[in-house]
Design a protein around this ligand. Structure first.
Ligand SMILES: [Zn+2]
Length: 439
């Protein structure tokens, strides 16, 4: 037995190459690069755009370079697999996403996918084998910026939405149909979705996207679950009127109603307390002119809570308030649910495993919930799933200045590797000389 294995069964003898991982993060970040203020450099690779295709092509090229079997399913999710010694064993899956928001960072999603690729490459280089296959995956349209809802590819993968319905979703920006865009960029695959058989388990490394780890001086976040998410789009319709000649009493101003809602969602958070957050993120008055009372306002409200009952209460109070203020101004209300996911608890055994792997690597760890939605919460519906967080500098994400320290990236990827290799059952006696293998 390998002395390292004998000494500490969770500190894997397979060591990731942090520089290689960092270089790949850099390479992928060149695609759809966007420069921000103060030298910040982020990314715009909205789902199924040309930039997304370029990013996909680069990552798939790396997968093929490693000799992995690459599969694309009908919703464009991509899976690359290194076989294990047991051909009937289910795969341990590592994954995340490589699409970004319009002003995204270089780590969000990309880190989880490229760390997975690095673990597979390090395993191949080491000559060790695992009993279970290891699959690295990236899922279509995780961000939901172009096609709602978010986490769409993983949602369809777990059977949460019919693929036909998903293919018919139209882009919020240019109205393009998702299925047409998939075909256009060459990623309308043929593998069935939902998956015919679930993986053994799913592990996702991700940046925290918040300030908790950095503030606490902790390197590894062991994610216990994901808070529930509720997105609603409101369309308020009143009557366009002249700003100078229309008496106040005669106005039906949807902008006044919308403004009250913006203020109310903050009050709602104060009232409900706990982990409740609420955000009006999109706000579009029409015709948006200086001397015209608006005819219509479209805006969105994003509500999140780790407790589903409180989240339901927040939704109820919000709707009640909107109806009430709209009625007072004789404005009509139309609502559309863009996304609704209940809170998710991750697998306790896997969380414990990650904690022990962090300890084995001499890294500090902290349990915390995720404030953002992730593909792992979808996979949790079909197999034991868990997440590893690494700190975000300044808590910044969905921001061109998003950054994570290279040292933290290295530790996070190694902790993920240890957890993956323990789950896939690393065989210490099965070391083979890979130099003669065709790669
Ligand atoms: Zn992400």
């Amino acid at each position: 037995m390998n002395p390292l294995l004998a000494h500490d069964p969770l500190r894997s003898p397979v060591r990731i190459d942090a520089d290689r991982l960092w270089a790949r993060l850099d390479d992928l970040a060149q695609i759809g690069a966007v420069d921000g203020v103060g030298g910040a450099r982020g990314n715009c690779r909205l789902a199924l755009t040309d930039a997304d295709r370029e990013g996909r092509d680069l990552v798939v090229g790396w997968m093929r370079d490693l000799g992995l079997e690459v599969i694309v399913d009908v919703i464009g999710n991509v899976f690359a697999t290194l076989p294990g010694t047991d051909p009937t064993a289910p795969a341990v899956m590592i994954g995340s996403h490589i699409d970004t928001v319009r002003t995204g960072g270089r780590f969000d999603g990309n880190l989880g996918v490229l760390a997975g690729l690095e673990i597979i490459e390090a395993l191949i280089d080491s000559g060790y084998r695992t009993e279970h296959p290891i699959t690295v995956a990236f899922f279509t349209d995780e961000e939901g910026s172009r096609f709602a809802p978010d986490m769409l590819g993983s949602l369809v993968y777990v059977g949460g939405m019919a693929v036909e319905r998903a293919l018919d979703i139209c882009a919020v920006d240019d109205g393009a149909r998702l299925g047409d865009e998939l075909a256009r960029i060459g990623y309308a695959g043929s593998a069935p979705c939902p998956a015919p058989a679930p993986p053994k388990c799913f592990l996702e490394l991700h940046i925290e996207q918040g300030p908790i780890l950095e503030d606490a001086g902790i390197t590894i976040g062991v994610v216990e679950g994901v808070q529930g998410i509720s997105w609603t789009e409101f369309t308020l319709t009143g009557r366009s009127a002249h700003a100078g000649t229309t008496p106040i009493a005669a106005r039906r101003d949807p902008l006044l109603v919308a403004a009250q809602v913006v203020a109310e969602v903050r009050m709602l958070c104060r009232d409900l307390g706990g982990s409740q957050v609420a955000t009006v993120g999109r706000f579009e008055p029409h015709p948006n002119l200086v001397n015209v009372v608006a005819s219509q306002v479209i805006f969105t409200v994003d509500l999140r809570n780790t407790d589903d009952l409180v989240l339901i209460e927040a939704e109820r109070r919000l709707l009640e308030f909107v109806e009430q203020v709209a009625q007072a101004e004789s404005v009509s209300v139309q609502t559309r649910v863009l996304s609704r996911f209940a809170p998710v608890d991750f697998d306790h055994g896997l969380a414990e495993l990650i904690e022990r792997c962090a300890r084995s690597e001499g890294a500090s760890s902290l349990r915390l919930p995720s404030g953002a939605g992730h593909d792992a919460q979808m996979l949790a519906r079909i197999c034991p799933s868990a997440m590893v967080f690494v700190p975000s500098v300044g808590g910044l994400s969905h921001n061109l200045a998003e950054y994570t320290d290279p040292g933290d990236v290295a530790v996070g990827a190694q902790v993920l590797a240890d957890a993956v290799l323990a789950s896939a059952v690393l065989l210490s006696g099965e070391r083979v000389n890979r130099s003669t293998d065709s790669r």
